[in-house]
Design a protein around this ligand. Structure first.
Ligand code: AMP
Length: 274
């Protein structure tokens, strides 16, 4: 495995490539969720690039940029064992210059839910993903459904800018109790981890309601909020179609139910695609 810390090193390592390239961008502190993307990309492509970059432009003032978990040595080991060909680990200077051209999230889809609670977050995310996709030259790039709105916006960016890469959505990986894996789970004490299960429980409860024929979004949300009572605070429970427009009735095959809540230090998100 080549560890590339500069653009030049990345380009030189890519020169060896002859076939299809898969790419998995991450912010590191790799866990089983990341690994499932990496393994899928490994199976589906001849060559595999993973990036680890904690992107400053997607953190808002007062968010956890400095405290964000960093585990470089472990990340290198995990990538080596997973058969990654190039691990791209750039510094901020490698990725950004001053007074940059920026791209903005779309005015509607980019400013609801996460975009409303974290204004500017998606601009920074799209900016870095555009850079990373261009640098990787990948045929396929893998993103988790865990960040559902992020996935939708990246798919839209690729379409709107006619970028020549396939975005592959990947299933959410959970621990054995149902908690969606996240690097930020490292902030949770064991008691908080137990309480954090209310996010996935609320989604399981929503599934049960839908399976028993209840499609009214308002009723489902109300009961989900009951389950979420043990979180410290709930930022949103939303029932939207795949366009991220709020809907009154669940449409099977075209609905995403999303939740964001604070438990202890971290803000957690989870969702369910119906
Ligand atoms: P991050 O390092 O949090 O930026 O995540 C990098 C990629 O891994 C993103 O595409 C995430 O959606 C994905 N990811 C993170 N957690 C999970 C998970 N539990 N299951 C599936 N994908 C995930």
């Amino acid at each position: 495995m080549v560890i590339a810390r500069t653009i030049e090193a990345l380009q030189a390592a890519k020169e060896e490539f002859k076939g299809t390239v898969g790419f998995v961008p991450t912010m590191g502190a790799l866990h089983q969720g990341h690994l499932s993307l990496i393994q899928q990309a490994r199976r589906e492509n001849e060559h595999l690039i993973v990036s680890v970059f904690v992107n400053p432009t997607q953190f808002l003032e007062g968010e956890d940029l400095d405290a964000y978990p960093r585990k470089e040595e472990a990340d290198i080991k995990i990538c080596e064992l997973a058969g990654v060909d190039i691990l791209f680990m750039p510094s901020i200077d490698v990725m950004y210059e001053e007074d940059e051209l920026c791209i903005g999230a779309p005015a509607v889809r980019g400013y609801v839910l996460e975009g409303e609670k974290r204004p500017g977050h998606f601009d920074g995310m799209l900016q870095v993903v555009m850079k990373l996709l261009n640098l990787s030259g990948a045929n396929r790039a893998y993103f988790g459904k865990k960040d559902a709105q992020q996935l939708a916006l990246i798919t839209q960016m690729v379409k709107n800018y006619f970028m020549d890469v396939n975005i592959v959505p990947c299933e959410i990986v959970r621990d054995d109790k149902g908690l969606a894996l996240s690097s930020r789970n490292a902030y949770l004490s064991s008691a908080e981890k137990e309480r954090a299960l209310c996010l996935s429980r609320s989604l399981k409860h929503a599934t049960k309601m839908v399976m028993s024929g209840e499609l009214q979004a308002a009723k489902i949300k109300k009961e989900m909020l009951e389950v979420l009572k043990i979180a410290d605070s709930v930022e949103y429970v939303a029932i939207v179609n795949r366009e991220f427009k709020a809907i009154e009735k669940v449409e099977i095959g075209n609905t995403i139910i999303l939740v964001a809540a604070w438990v202890g230090k971290p803000r957690l998100i989870d969702n369910l695609w119906i």
